[in-house]
Ligand binder design. Sequence first.
Ligand code: GLV
Ligand code: MG
Length: 353
Amino acid sequence: MSAVRTPAKHFAPLAIGAPEPYRALPVRIERMIHFVPPHNEKIRSKIKDIARQVDVVLGNLEDAIPAGDKEAARQGFIQLARETDFGGTGLWVRINCLNSPWMLDDVIEIVREAGNKVDVIMLPKVEGPWDIHYLDQLLAQLEAKHAVTRPILIHAILETAEGVKNVEAIAAASPRMHGMSLGPADLSASRGMKTTRVGGGHPDYAVLSDAGAAAGAGRARAQQDLWHYTIGRMVDACLAYGLKPFYGPFGDFSDPAGCEAQFRNAFIQGCLGAWSLHPSQIDIAKRVFSPDVNEVAFAKRILEAMPDGTGAVMIDGKMQDDATWKQAKVIVDLARLVAEKDPERAEAYGFRS
Ligand code: GLV
Ligand code: MG
């Protein structure tokens, strides 16, 4: 039995009067998903400034919000959503997980009060396509009831062993899917990994050079990327279904170099952005998830040398063909999106914004 609706029904709204699902995701730059605690009045008062600096503002209602503040966080999010013009900046909310006492009211109240302002709902601890189907149906009913005109998208956090096992079915579950983020803290706990860190590497996860090769000198040891396997699976599942993959949180704010290295590994592997949990991580994400100026210049040369995208040419001694043309197009398309948001980078890329 297939877990997916027939092609004919795949894009039909799940409630009479709900908006039609998107056939292709809206094109947006989402280098960082910036987390804010919406019950904090000081943060709410600065939300316009924050929105100007980031690509996505996310009101966090789940982990890190104390149980006693859950309702204040929900109300604070509704208030900031209603009162703020976010312009081209995305507005997301991370709701509580499906088996929590808060999730149902999070969805009902947010769609009722701010359904036309919210772009994406981030759903934590997704285990399988059934979790997406439930939220999909509920959102369609609420969108119809409250005359929401654009479909609210779902972004799943990949943070349980079962979720990783089902990652492709989650990606395929609905045209409402926006993408996924890796949740390394919950995932470590779910898998029984021996780390208390939130993302990043671990000094004991390393490869030692061969015993025979060392001959007296100390053996070289290199720390490995703990998240490589999961990110690889997530990127393949997302890209196979036209969704966007993201690295999630990096919890050690005192280690900007470690954060940048983790973000960069994810970027090179195919991720489009990461979470910023601290203001210092906004610039790190901009640096990492905006393509490199020299890479953009080289990619532009490839596109110019092969106007119809076929054949083979040599540039600086390197062979280019139809496949490298596609690689170059990924980089130049991304640079154009960045340029629209960021005049300094537009200049550096040689685009007029
Ligand atoms: C994020 O939610 C994580 O668990 O890492
Ligand atoms: Mg988590």
